[in-house]
Each structure stands twice: as C-alpha cells, then as structure tokens.
Design a protein around this ligand. Structure first.
Ligand code: ATP
Length: 240
C-alpha cells in the first residue's frame, strides 16, 4: 500500500556537488508537522549543503523535495519562503547597522504591509528581550540576542517550517540553553523546526527525532533519546 501523503517536509536521496566534488551523496529525511528534527554531524558533513538545497539557495539539487505534499525541488528561495519554509542561515546574518525593528521589517517582505504590525507584535511576544531593544542597532547587541533576532526575522514570513543552521555557534552554554528553550517555544506555537547543529547533546535534548550525517550521507536516524544512548554517537560525538 502506498504511504499516505505527508503534510510536512520529505526529501529523498538528495545529492549535491560543488565543482564535481560530491558534498551530499544520499540524504533522505522527513520533518512531520509539529516536530523538532535535529540534523547533526561534524564540520563538513554536508548539513548546510542539505538545508541550502531545501531552502532553494543551492540549485538545482538532485533528488525530490516535497513540502505539504507538493513538489518543491528546484524552486528558488523566494518561492520556498512563500510556500512556508524559512532558512535562518549560519552566522546570524542580521544587518548590524539597522535597528531590531528594521531587521524584523525586512523579514516580512513577502507579507502585505497591513500584516506588519501584528507580525512584529507576535515576534515580540515570543522574544520579549527584542521588544525592549526594538530601537537598538542590531550590531550592538550580544551574540545571543543577534541570534534571537535572526530567528525572529525568519518568523516574520510566518513559516510552517523554520530551518535553523547552527544557531548555537559561538554562544556560551548558558546562552545556548536559553536559545534552545526559545526554539521549543517557537515549536510550541505550531512551527516545525529543522535544527542543524554540531552541539549534538543539547540539540537532541529538545529534538523529537534526529539524523546524523557523515560525509554527505545519513548514517543514523532515531528519536533524540535513542540517538543520545547510541554507542556510535557516544563515541564519535560525545567522546565517551
Ligand atoms: P559546517 O558545520 O562546517 O558548516 P556542514 O556539515 O554544514 O559543515 P557543508 O558546509 O555542507 O557541511 O560542507 C560539505 C562539504 O562541501 C565540505 O567538504 C565543504 O568543504 C564543501 N563545500 C561547502 N561549501 C562549498 C562551496 N561553496 N564550494 C566548494 N565546496 C564547498
């Protein structure tokens, strides 16, 4: 019997080469509505390339990408955003010389102006610290606050799925913990999350499921709890 259509993200056997060198060879994954799914792996495993293909930043990918049971393969990023997927790229790419409010407004460029005030209000309800800093230049905020802003800006497009590429990079452990609590809050508001992380331990604590990439291939998949207990994960990533 054929599998029922999936109202989430489904990619099968994705592959991508830079100048003939395969960076992603075989990645299949699913993000169901309401899930936090971790995409894990060490430097160069192919995580950013995978999400770049899903978000339409890297084209054309090989392998079908479907979202909400519609094909998405090869769609450019502005179409992917309108279809309900937002990528928050690695490196908290906020505009440093613009205020928090201006950064948020940019995130809503796909939305009618009439919705802007409500969207900003919603972002501030999820991230009250940004509300206090609304007039501040983004570049003058701490790394953790800039990451919050990058996520809040991604939410301004009202995604059904938000992809976060290494949000904890360069942040102190306590700030990472706070950030991951906020990611859970975002997820609790009904948004699915694909969380790219090297910080495997913390990511798996909040993820419903996870995939481990190595050299462009999925080598392990399972629930957060199962992956944390897996002997390979313990050895390869947690140094045990
Ligand atoms: P990181 O955590 O360091 O970002 P990653 O798991 O996200 O790693 P990718 O950035 O997807 O991995 O890189 C996968 C492979 O593709 C690596 O070998 C990398 O050197 C290579 N690669 C990435 N971007 C490019 C590019 N623009 N041109 C050529 N090779 C690239």
């Amino acid at each position: 019997m054929a599998a029922p259509p999936l109202d989430g993200l489904e990619v099968s056997e994705l592959a991508y080469a830079y100048d003939g060198a395969l960076a992603v060879r075989n990645v299949s994954l699913v993000v169901k509505p309401g899930e936090i799914v971790a995409l894990l792996g060490t430097n160069g495993a192919g995580k950013s390339t995978t999400v770049g293909m899903i978000a339409g930043v890297l084209r054309p990918p090989r392998g079908p990408i479907r979202f909400a049971d519609q094909p998405l393969t090869g769609s450019p990023s502005h179409v992917v955003v309108r279809r309900g997927i937002t990528l928050v790229p690695e490196g908290r790419l906020v505009f440093p010389q613009m205020t928090v409010m201006e950064n948020l407004q940019l995130g809503a460029h796909v939305k009618p102006r009439s919705q802007l005030a409500a969207l900003v209000q919603h972002a501030f309800s999820l991230f009250p610290r940004l509300s206090e800093r609304r007039g501040q230049l983004a570049g003058s905020m701490s790394g953790g606050e800039q990451q919050m802003l990058a996520i809040a800006r991604g939410l301004m497009a009202e995604p059904r799925l938000i992809i976060l590429d290494e949000p904890s990079l360069g942040l102190m452990p306590t700030v990472t913990q706070e950030l991951f609590r906020l990611i859970q809050t975002v997820n609790g508001s009904g948004i699915s999350v694909l969380l790219v992380e090297q910080n495997l331990h913390q990511a798996l604590r909040i993820a419903h499921r996870g995939y481990v990439l190595e050299k462009g291939e999925v080598v392990l998949a399972g629930t957060g709890k199962d992956l944390l207990a897996d002997a390979y994960v313990q050895r390869a990533f947690l140094g045990r």
